[in-house]
Unconditional design. Structure first.
Length: 673
């Protein structure tokens, strides 16, 4: 196991020198909330609640980002190194979970709590180490390590694996033949506490930790069978006159009650909470799929993940999957029905093998269970490799013991040879990909080559060339910018990011901007409702114009904004950007104020829009309206995160009132907050 940890550290070390990527920017680089410069309650609260990724804010993950910034700034190396150590810790926990499951399911010992023989201990340790090593070295898990923002996923899995370890340990204690009733009660307490506390803690990193009770339920069903402790069964035999043998299979109602509380009730509450959003057209408006086509597509994706995990071909693990063909029916494409049949076969395999090959059945069940949250009814993006961070552990748990067999087993050398070849292949592929991740330009070229039909991959390559050019016309990178961006803009389902980058780049260098780029950008916004990338694009153009770096034709920008806000339920961020452009660039304060009010109405819980609105009211000398918005901000000031902003606005409001009333210097000083 130590060798596996050392090998993983060696394989990943070349990737630690890379840069930020994609969602790292809004969550970290451009998120002032995690740019912690002092440690106090207000700053920590602001950091904890600063994530734009989820309504649940993922405070623990954000606090670890803030800690990284506090000690090392925005140097990505230390952030990626932190991720790697989290991955190694997860590897240790995966080893411990695998070892205790192997111990529990061994067939040569009748009492599951009895210590294994030295030979069994050695064999179990080797197999558990192979499972953990394979999991740590899988290429599909690389984004959970080197993609900084996905610390959310790996951090949540610390609590998931620790919770499973605690649950299994508690259940084994409950089933001990030699244990006292007090020991068994402590086992139940340990199992329950492990599930409740680990789930709660994991949810502060990412919502995927909510699946822990389901994983524990699958382990209970396949490995422990909801059995009662043998000694309790004996007591029931005495009182009811049954034989000991018949009572050994009695169901433990305390375990059923536990899962009713930690799994069934939360699941029902969660479904009730999700139900309106799932049926709302607004929830799917920004996607190119609906509920039906999502479910059909995810059947192909979940089956495809198995191939991606085991074969790990580079063109599959391309990071960007925005060119994925959505399933529109069972037969379009034909792999949709085939994938559904494969999933049904896997479910049947779980039932068929849960008694004869419990680890194989459990691993498949854990893999399928992991995708219940992200591959069903929630309108998330369709594909992400990091969604297999825990699911791939299930696959390793199912498959590695079939190859890591005792020397006396049939075809033992051949099976060990297959496992060794797989480990070597995964190691080489992960090492080569990690090397690509160690340099931003190298990575951009690699990902564009892996996904030539992905608009995002081509855009990121062009963006990489822009950054390398430093907006210098004589830079060798400048001529390389245009081809990938123009290629991306012509691909189906592309956002306006490529067109925005082309316009931004030429405008910054005071070069002519092609009419075709503006036409394509506006046509894209008219064709479909803007998504997050479109919103970011318009915000970037607004900022460039506001800062005087880009001379952009006002009528073109207005056409773009009017197309973007023409849809029902326009996002607040779009209204805010439009208001920013109208107020600061066009100088139309009345219209800019109106648009910013739209942003506040669209997202009343976001304080940034209200702060902007207060500043506008103060400029327009609408002091009572400004005070109303400041009072609203006070109600949103959780943990003092808005203290500085509110104090600043109060000071400006007081100054405005004093100017209006011709305050003396003394009275002005007395009016300060």
């Amino acid at each position: 196991m130590l060798a596996a940890l050392a090998l993983t550290l060696f394989v990943y070390q070349t990737g630690l020198w890379g840069s930020w990527l994609f969602d790292d920017y809004p969550n970290i680089v451009q998120n002032p909330g995690v740019h912690l410069t002092r440690i106090d309650l207000a700053s920590l609260t602001h950091a904890a609640l600063s994530s734009p990724s989820s309504i649940f804010k993922r405070p623990l993950a954000s606090l670890t980002f803030a800690a990284n910034y506090y000690f090392s700034g925005l140097n990505p190396f230390s952030w990626k190194l932190t991720n790697l150590f989290i991955h190694l810790l997860n590897g240790i926990l995966a080893f411990l979970v695998a070892r205790v499951l192997l111990t529990q399911t061994r067939k040569s010992v009748t009492d599951p709590a009895q210590s294994p023989t030295p030979t069994e201990t050695k064999y179990i340790g080797v197999v558990a180490a192979c499972i953990a090593a394979a999991w740590m070295l899988l290429p599909i898990n690389l984004t959970g390590v080197l993609y900084v923002v996905q610390r959310m996923e790996s951090l949540a899995n610390i609590f998931v694996l620790a919770g499973l370890l605690g649950y299994i340990t508690g259940r084994r204690r409950m089933l001990s033949i030699s244990g006292s009733p007090r020991t068994r009660h402590s086992g139940l307490l340990l199992s329950a506490t492990s599930l409740v506390l680990a789930t709660a803690a994991g949810l502060t990193a990412k919502e995927t930790a909510v699946m822990l009770p389901l994983y524990a339920f699958l382990i209970e069903w396949i490995v422990f069978g909801f059995r009662m402790p043998p000694q309790r069964a004996d007591r029931l035999d005495t009182s009811h006159g049954n034989t000991e043998t018949s009572c050994q299979n009695r169901t433990d109602r305390s375990v059923l009650a536990l899962f009713a509380l930690v799994l069934v009730v939360p699941m029902i509450v969660g479904l009730i909470w999700l139900y309106p959003g799932v049926l709302s057209q607004a929830s799917w408006a920004a996607r190119d799929f609906d509920l039906q086509t999502r479910l059909l597509s995810e059947a192909r994706i979940v089956v495809g993940y198995i191939a991606w995990t085991l074969l790990a071909l580079p063109h599959w693990l391309s990071f960007y999957h925005d060119n994925f063909q959505v399933s529109t029916s069972l037969f379009h494409p034909w792999t949709t029905l085939a994938s559904i049949l494969v999933l049904l076969a896997l479910v049947l395999a779980v039932f068929k093998f849960r008694r004869t090959h419990p680890l194989f059945a459990l691993g498949i069940a854990l893999y399928l269970g992991c995708h219940v949250l992200t591959a069903t009814i929630i309108p998330l993006e369709l594909i992400y490799e990091h969604r297999n961070y825990f699911a791939s552990f299930g696959l390793m748990l199912a498959l590695v013991p079939l190859f890591a067999v005792p020397s006396s087993a049939r075809l033992a050398r051949v099976r060990w040879g297959v496992l060794g070849a797989a480990l070597l292949t995964w190691t080489v592929l992960t090492a080569s990909t990690a090397y690509a991740w160690g340099d931003s330009m190298r990575l951009a070229r690699e990902l564009a080559a892996r996904a030539p039909n992905s608009p995002r991959a081509q855009y990121e390559l062009g963006r990489g060339y822009i950054i390398a050019s430093h907006y210098e016309p004589d830079s060798p990178y400048t001529p390389l910018v245009y081809a990938p961006l123009e290629r991306a803009s012509k691909l189906p389902d592309s956002s306006i990011l490529p067109q925005q980058a082309l316009i931004f780049f030429n405008a910054r260098m005071h070069r002519p901007v092609k009419v075709e780029w503006w036409d394509s950008l506006i046509a894209t916004l008219k064709r479909r409702k803007p998504g997050v990338q479109d919103e970011s694009s318009l915000a970037a153009l607004t900022q460039c114009a506001r800062n005087g770096l880009c001379s952009l034709p006002a009528h073109r920008m207005q056409q773009a904004f009017q197309a973007a806000v023409s849809y029902p339920d326009t996002d607040a961020r779009l209204w805010a950007s439009y208001g920013d452009y109208t107020w600061n660039v066009l100088g139309n304060h009345a219209e800019g104020l109106k648009l910013t009010q739209h942003a506040v109405n669209a997202d009343p819980s976001e304080p940034a829009y209200r702060i902007t609105l207060v500043r506008m009211y103060l400029v327009l000398n609408k002091l009572s309206e400004a005070e109303q918005q400041i009072n609203a901000l006070k109600h949103m000031n959780i943990g003092g995160e808005l203290d500085d902003s509110i104090a600043n606005l109060h000071q400006r409001l007081s100054s405005a009132r004093c100017n209006e009333a011709s305050c003396t210097e003394t009275s002005h000083e007395q009016s300060q907050p």
